[in-house]
Design a protein around this ligand. Structure first.
Ligand code: ATP
Ligand code: MG
Length: 244
């Protein structure tokens, strides 16, 4: 039975989709079969990042309305064997309810080792649907106070719906900018503010995430890939020391 992880943040633009796509590929490198479900109805992006947008015919809403069986809306990523994408609807009005998401993921998780669910920004119904079937959550934040407040809000919402395991990824980290901004004394203060245990830190890495912008897998000799591989191992329960 696959482990279901929702990738969320509260605040928009923190790197949820990029981290989801990168973690998907990193988990495949560890030998897993991985499904990424895009829950950002109306603003989907995972299909573009994983190079399957040209083939899309059906999406998650088509499964729900009976237009196709679940397998009909799941697309294999050609460049990463064992990585699959279930796209969000292109129209926000076709957003799937939390109840339906839970039922659908219960069926799908038999076929994968990991299911990663990408969230929209905010804590509205899209995020609640994405979180409903999750065993655990990963909060993607940077070190700005406003983003960390968003994490706190989303964590409360997750707690309310019964997702109590919550870990933090600090994304786009640049040591020099963090020191210069001086909003927090150190990273411990950032982690305290987010209210979740640290899962890993991904550095700012335009070269690595530029791959996703071109529909290519985030892989190769990049510092963000190194960080993603370590985070993927921790998600699998391997005790990899944090590089703080
Ligand atoms: N580690 C990184 N280094 C450099 N750029 C990054 C990194 N992570 C994400 N980005 C960039 O940040 C921007 C936002 O990323 P992304 O779309 O993944 O965020 P998001 O949280 O999914 O946004 P939304 O809330 O709109 O869904 C993109 O331009 C992406 O390339
Ligand atoms: Mg996104």
């Amino acid at each position: 039975m696959g482990k279901v992880t929702v990738i969320t943040s509260g605040k928009g633009g923190t790197g949820k989709s990029t981290v989801t796509a990168g973690l998907g590929a990193a988990l495949v490198r560890r030998g897993s079969r991985v499904l990424i479900i895009d829950c950002d109805a109306g603003m989907r992006g995972i299909d573009l990042m994983l190079g399957v947008s040209g083939e899309l015919v059906f999406d998650i809403a088509d499964i729900v309305s009976g237009n196709c069986p679940p397998a009909g809306a799941i697309y294999p990523c050609k460049t990463v064997p064992e990585l699959f994408v279930l796209p969000a609807p292109s129209d926000v009005r076709d957003e799937v309810s939390p109840y339906i998401m839970k039922q659908l993921v219960t069926v799908l998780k038999r076929y994968y080792d990991h299911i990663l669910i990408d969230c929209p920004a905010g804590i509205g119904m899209g995020t609640q649907s994405a979180a409903a079937p999750a065993d655990r959550a990963v909060l993607v934040a940077n070190t700005e106070p406003l983003t960390l407040r968003g994490c706190d809000k989303v964590r409360q919402m997750l707690c309310d719906i019964g997702v109590s395991e919550c870990r933090l990824i600090i994304n786009r980290f640049v040591e020099r900018s963090f020191r210069k901004l001086a909003a927090f004394e150190d990273l411990d203060a950032v982690i305290d503010k987010a209210g979740a245990r640290l899962l890993g830190i991904i550095p700012e890495d335009g070269a690595a995430v530029g791959l996703a912008q071109k529909g290519l897998p985030i892989e190769g000799k990049h510092k963000a890939v190194y960080a993603l591989d370590r985070i993927a191992a921790r998600l699998d329960g391997v005790d990899v020391p944090l590089d703080l």
